[in-house]
Design a protein around this ligand. Sequence first.
Ligand SMILES: Cc1ncc(COP(=O)(O)O)c(C=O)c1O
Length: 396
Amino acid sequence: MADDFTAKHGEATRAIHGGQEPDPYIGAVSTPIYQTASFAFDSVEQAVARAAHLEEGYSYSRVGNPTTDALEHKLALLEEAEACVVFGSGMGAISALFLGLCRTGEHVVCADSIYGATHGLLTGPLAKWGLSATFVDAREPGNVARAIRPDTRLVYLESPSNPTLRLVDFEAVAQVAHDRGVLVAADNTFATSVNQLPLRVGVDLVLYSATKYISGHGDTLGGAVLGGAELIRRVRQAEILHGATLSPMNAFLLLRGAQTLPLRVRAHNAHALAVARWLEGHPAVGQVIYPGLERHPQHALARHQMRGFGGVVSFDMGSEARAEQYIDALRLCTIAASLGDVKTLVLQPARMSHRFMPPQARADAGITPGLVRLAVGLEDVEDIIADLEQALARVE
Ligand SMILES: Cc1ncc(COP(=O)(O)O)c(C=O)c1O
């Protein structure tokens, strides 16, 4: 996919032009929403040829659609990936990854610091289907190496992780996994392609909740998996059969959002760093977690592996009650279960995004009851900090 003329351009140009030629029929500059379930054939013979991939063209929107294709093309160019497949949500993407690449009786090694529903998918439905998982602290590549077994198929990572912003050394983990013939997949939702390109350093597959920074405006769900053509062919096959399809309308919204991804993510990076530094200096705030802070224990790795440190800052208010009181006192920041929006969003992970994780798994991931996750938005940063400050004054 990444072989057309836009592949040679900078990331802003790829974000704007990638996958989006003017419409060939009437010249529409904005990619049309091909809001159709099916595509008419000239003959039965043509229908059969399309189903057998003997003729190019569309047949049915669960299998392919021009608007979703444009998005796949754009995301592949941004991630420098050979191929991309998009989904109706991030969890749709993650489910299709496991369904497409693993089978009953196999095993995955998974970072213990990950999004709560990913943990729930592995320990719930996928465990029931006979895929077993070992969760390890993947900050130490040796822990991944020790957990790999002869039946291990995949190592699954998230870096920076949700919500404790732990990092994984992609290059080191890819090396230990590849030495044993095991694939590596990484959820790049928090960093995005603007801040890091895991495929460049040996990761085989990258995943997204496109609901977050790729959309950027909090108006649609979406997901994506990117990587080599053959792996993506297998993940796409799983999608076609289990049906977590992205609608053309939502593909259009994601295409619009993705055009400003580089601009927005660089602004999120700057705002989050300013907020993290301000929080760090405040005596009423406990530990502040942000990979861009010099005191983050993996700051050296962050500098080596990332070009920017993302838009999420987490910090500890000391207890569950204080965290709740603090979040409730915020006025500009919105209490909501997402991140990556232009609006600053805030939540209490232990009671919201990660509430279904068993308490020990939450503790292993470093999620304390008093933790607050702040997804810093694009409002004037002085206004965000003023809101954080007024709320602190109201916490006992
Ligand atoms: C890191 C990460 N991955 C995956 C997901 C799941 O994505 P979605 O909510 O779009 O299904 C989320 C959702 O918050 C997430 O934070």
